[in-house]
Structure formats: structure tokens, C-alpha cells
Ligand binder design. Structure first.
Ligand code: TEU
Length: 576
């Protein structure tokens, strides 16, 4: 039997502070705005919020470049506002997870300013500094051939000390050297600062990049035509990773019963993941493995064409649902975050005729699996990607812009050749997960003042797709989410702690993801059937005598010995 825990029975609601709700009309979301929406958040039935970074930051990577962990980005508010947010959430029985970004800091952080000031600085070793290499003709070269995740070299030359520093993301995001014990202790103090204020846990950013191969060796050349290579074989899940996590536990987490969710990049095999989440490892509660949001990435990267197929989500879902019981681990269950396009647009359909059914089908997926579900604000009422009529200038996130410009350069600056890349941006760019939340059909979607200039494009579909218009419509996506979240509470033994059995593709057809759950005492059984296509599918109902429809998105029927699913149809059949 799976051990019970509060963080296993939780549904987490991700809030991207810049885009959630602006209270003072500067066009940027803020903490008082979030506080004003706590009654709405509570009405969903979620019981935790994951808040993306709100700390002091120059905002080159939207706050994932932190210059002071103990102060707040002024346009978001003050430390007092944050304390009010924590207290108000707790009054509503909602826990708060903060985003812990400690693989790197901003280059404006005091630690980095000290570290770069001189080779003798006591903080020199808190970051990665290495001498240049020189080629045969004496030209200065970076210390190794690693490519940054945002493009270009991962190394940046510093005139002052004639050395390079490592930054796996932007040049303004220098990597912290986790092998330095003083740095680790200073970071633990920052973590205690938040836990002492009542924060209930952390989503830990880029967690497995904290331990790198000690020699920082050159990466295998996998792209011969390019100067810089993917160094993740040496910068992800390195030899000390689990030592650092265990030290975080003893130094911080275990003193606060913290919920811990580690974001893993470049690591999504069962054995490696088991080392992070197996119960007897006493490391993390759960991780994000990234494969669910990368499944339609091409072999050449995010913006190379590779289409979604239901077989991909079946493979990943079955793998992780079947894996965790083997080592008593626990899943996060998600389809959306601030780093990807909306799953409604990527993995189902945001066409007017299918948008509501698709959103409800994906809601059914999220709420009937074993693991802790995570929602991205706006998902609960069917927010979708920017449409095809938004040109490349609508994308402002550094990740998509750098990728587009790098490919454009490779293609000799020929913009007319970029149609395929723009299509991938329309499906996967991080911008789509960061659009201002569409609260109502007033100007600026009720996100900010009618006469304000929002920091980011507001999807013009807000007129029809917004929370207010769905509040009292019992057939709406919003109220379907409320229903399935309630179902998960009503059937916690079955839907949270129950067993998982995949239905074979031969039974369901390749377009339908099907699985069965059973409560630990076998008294309750459900069959979940999800049509990821726009064509009707039908499956034999032979095995489901005595089952009744627990919930459906209105595009399913059981008749004549068949379960019929319309386009994007979803049904949960229950026997209890
Ligand atoms: O993301 C880690 C990461 O690997 C992402 O850059 C991801 O691979 C990419 O966005 C896929 O499109 C975390 C944060 O979630 C992300 O927002 C930050 O940009 C990044 O770390 C640096 O902190």
C-alpha cells in the first residue's frame, strides 16, 4: 500500500506572477493582484500554489535570474505583500510553493559581483572560473565546447581577471559552484529565510544541473557543423547530485516538512529518476521529468519539426505510471508550464468546434492519474496559444527569440525560409504559457486597467475565452475542472492512491489513451478512455458490464456493446 501524505493529495496551481493579475495598472501582474484572486483560486478546489520567481531580479529571464533572494522585484510588491499572500493562502487552506532557483544567480547578485572582482576574492570559487584555452594560431578559446541552453557558448570572457565564467543559460545567469560548501550554506540560509516565513515547500529549478562533472570536459561532438555542443552528458545529474539533495534535506527541508518538486532537465530514464524520488532515498517528493512537454520536440531540438501523436503521450504516461510503484516513488502529473506552449493547442485542438471538449479531455487525463497534478493558471478555463496570425514579433521570450535568430542566421538571414520554425513557435514557444490570464471580456481581459499597456500580448480570443463568462455555465470548461477536482477528492483512494493498468493500443486503437485504476482494497474500479483525435473512435464495452459513467465531456456514449468516443471524447466508467 502506498503511504499517504498531504502532498500526494494536493492539486497545485502554477502562477506566473507577471501574467496573473495587475492591481496597480502598470501592465505587469503583482502580488496584491494574486491576493485579490485567492477566492477564485480557492473556488477551483486546488490546495497549493506554485509561484514562479518574484525575487529581486533584472528580469532578463523573467525572474529566473535572481539578484537578491531576500527581496522582491519592486513592481511585484514588497516582502510585506508576500507575507500577506502566505497568510491569506493559509487562511484558505492553500499551501505555497516558491520557485527555488539556485543552480545559478543573476550576474547582478552581490555574490557574483564579489566573485568576479578578483581572483583572490573569497567568493571566487562560488562560481565557475576557468583560464582561456588557445588554438594553434594563438587565438583565445573558451575552456570547453559546451553550448548554452539559450544558444552560443556557455562561457563568457571577463577582461578584469582574464578568465571565463560558466553560464548554462543566459550570460547574465552565472552558474553557482555547488562543490563549494560556503556557497551551499549561504544558499541554505536563503531557503530557511522563506521557510521561516511559512512557505510550504519549493519547486527547485534546473535542479539536476547543480552537480557537474568535476573536470568540465569537452562534450561529444553531436553536431559537427556547429562550434558548440550539447554538454548535458557532463553538466546534468553529476556525481555529487544526490549528496547535495541529502544535505538540503538535513540542513533545511526536514526541519519544515517541506514539499519538494525537483525540475530535471536532460534526465528522464527510470533508473536515474528513481534515485531522486524512491521513498527509501529520502530525497525529493517528486520531479518534473520534462519528457511530457518535450514529446513533440524534433531530434534537432525544440524548434525542429516533430508532430505530436497519441502514441507519445501513451508511452510516457504508461512508463511513469507503471514505474513509480516499482520503487515506491511518486509522480508529478502535468501537461503545461511557463516553459511550453499550451497542451490544449499542442496535444488536442483549440479549434472552436473542439476547444471545450479538448480542454475537458485533458482535464480528465490530469485528474485520473496516480501522482500530484499541476495546472498552469488559465488552463482551467481553456486558455490557448496565440493564433497563426501573430507574427514573430509577438514572441518576446529570450528562448524563442534566440532560437529563431540562430536558425535564421544558419539560413543566411532568409526570413522567407522560416515558415517551419514559426509553426513550431506557434505550438511550443514559452510565450504561450505566459500570456496574461483572461479574467473577463473587458479591455485588457480584466488582467490590467483598460488604459494600461500589458507587458505581454493578450490573446484576442479573451472576448470569448475568459473565466467570468464560464463561472455560471455548468457546461463550461471551468466548471468541468471544478467537477473533476472534486471527483479526485471524493475518490481519493481510487484516483490518488489506486493502481494503474494500461489498456493495450490493440484494444483501444492508436488514437485513444486508455487505462484502468483500482482502489487498494479492489472495491472500486474505473476505466478512463481519452480520444486524442478529431475522428470518432469506438472500443468494445465487453469488459465493462456493471460500470456506469462517472464523468464524460459530453462526447461519449456506451451503447450496443461499444464505448463510442466523439472527437476528443473522454469518459470515466466506474464500478463500485
Ligand atoms: O528551465 C530549465 C530548462 O531546461 C528550460 O530552459 C527548458 O529546457 C526550456 O525552457 C525548454 O523550452 C528552468 C525554468 O523553468 C526556465 O523558465 C528558466 O528559463 C531556466 O530554468 C533557467 O532558470
Amino acid at each position: 500500500n502506498v503511504e499517504k501524505a498531504w502532498w500526494k493529495e494536493t492539486v497545485v496551481y502554477q502562477i506566473y506572477p507577471a501574467s496573473f493579475k495587475d492591481s496597480d495598472g502598470d501592465g505587469l501582474g503583482d502580488i496584491p493582484g494574486i491576493i485579490s484572486k485567492i477566492p477564485y483560486i480557492s473556488s477551483l478546489g486546488v490546495n497549493a500554489v506554485w509561484l514562479s520567481p518574484i525575487y529581486k531580479s533584472p528580469q532578463h529571464d523573467m525572474g529566473y535570474d535572481i539578484s537578491d533572494y531576500r527581496d522582491i522585484h519592486r513592481p511585484y510588491g514588497t516582502l510585506e505583500d508576500v507575507q500577506r499572500l502566505i497568510d491569506e493562502l493559509h487562511k484558505n487552506q492553500i499551501k505555497l510553493l516558491m520557485d527555488l532557483v539556485v543552480n545559478h544567480t543573476s550576474d547582478e547578485h552581490a555574490w557574483f559581483k564579489e566573485s568576479r572582482s578578483s581572483k583572490q576574492s573569497p567568493k571566487r570559487d562560488w562560481y565557475f572560473w576557468r583560464d582561456p584555452r588557445y588554438d594553434a594560431s594563438g587565438n583565445r578559446q573558451e575552456p570547453n565546447n559546451w553550448r548554452s541552453i539559450f544558444g552560443g557558448s556557455a562561457w563568457h570572457y571577463d577582461e578584469t581577471t582574464d578568465q571565463y565564467y560558466l553560464a548554462l543559460f543566459l550570460p547574465s545567469q552565472p552558474d553557482l559552484n555547488w562543490s563549494n560548501a560556503d556557497m551551499r550554506q549561504a544558499t541554505y540560509d536563503d531557503m530557511r529565510f522563506w521557510q521561516d516565513r511559512g512557505v510550504d515547500g519549493f519547486r527547485i529549478d534546473s535542479m539536476n544541473l547543480m552537480s557537474k562533472h568535476p573536470d568540465l570536459p569537452d562534450a561529444t561532438v553531436t553536431r559537427p557543423k556547429e562550434k558548440y555542443q550539447d554538454g548535458s552528458e557532463f553538466f546534468a545529474s553529476g556525481p555529487k547530485m544526490h549528496d547535495y539533495i541529502r544535505e538540503m534535506r538535513t540542513e533545511v527541508f526536514d526541519h519544515y516538512d517541506a514539499m519538494t518538486v525537483g525540475e530535471l532537465g536532460f534526465t528522464n530514464d527510470e533508473r536515474s529518476v528513481s534515485e531522486y524520488v524512491a521513498k527509501d532515498r529520502h530525497e525529493l517528493n517528486m520531479v518534473f521529468t520534462g519528457d511530457i512537454v518535450d514529446m513533440d520536440f524534433g531530434p534537432g531540438g525544440k524548434y525542429e519539426r516533430d508532430d505530436f501523436h497519441p502514441r507519445k503521450i501513451r508511452h510516457i504516461t504508461n512508463m511513469w505510471q507503471c514505474a513509480m510503484p516499482k520503487f515506491d516513488g511518486w509522480n508529478s502529473v502535468y501537461l503545461d508550464n511557463h516553459d511550453s506552449g499550451r497542451s490544449l493547442s499542442r496535444y488536442a485542438s483549440d479549434k472552436p468546434e473542439h476547444r471545450a471538449a479538448s480542454a475537458k479531455m485533458l482535464a480528465t487525463y490530469l485528474m485520473t492519474l496516480a501522482g500530484t497534478p499541476f495546472l498552469l493558471a488559465g488552463q482551467e478555463f481553456g486558455m490557448a496559444n496565440l493564433g497563426k496570425d501573430y507574427g514573430v514579433e509577438s514572441y518576446i521570450d529570450v528562448e524563442a527569440k534566440n532560437a529563431y535568430n540562430a536558425i535564421l542566421w544558419q539560413r543566411g538571414g532568409n526570413k522567407s525560409s522560416m515558415g517551419d520554425v514559426l509553426r513550431e513557435m506557434q505550438r511550443k514557444a514559452r510565450d504561450h504559457g505566459r500570456l496574461p490570464v483572461q479574467w473577463d471580456d473587458s479591455p485588457n481581459a480584466g488582467f490590467t486597467a483598460a488604459d494600461a499597456k500589458p507587458w505581454m500580448t493578450i490573446n484576442k480570443d479573451y472576448i470569448e475565452w475568459n473565466a467570468a463568462s464560464q463561472q455560471s455555465d455548468k457546461e463550461s470548461v471551468l466548471n468541468f475542472y471544478r467537477q473533476v477536482l472534486q471527483l479526485r477528492k471524493d475518490y481519493v483512494d481510487l484516483l490518488v492512491y489506486g493502481s494503474y493498468k494500461p489498456l493495450d493500443e490493440k484494444e483501444t486503437g492508436e488514437m485513444v489513451l486508455g487505462y484502468e485504476r483500482a482502489s487498494p482494497d479492489e472495491s472500486q474500479h474505473v476505466a478512463v478512455l481519452l480520444n486524442f483525435s478529431d475522428q470518432e473512435q469506438s472500443i468494445s464495452a465487453a469488459g465493462y458490464d456493471g460500470y456506469n459513467t462517472l464523468i464524460s465531456n459530453g462526447r461519449s456514449e456506451v451503447a450496443g456493446g461499444r464505448v463510442r468516443l466523439g472527437a476528443y471524447g473522454a469518459v470515466v466508467l466506474l464500478k463500485d
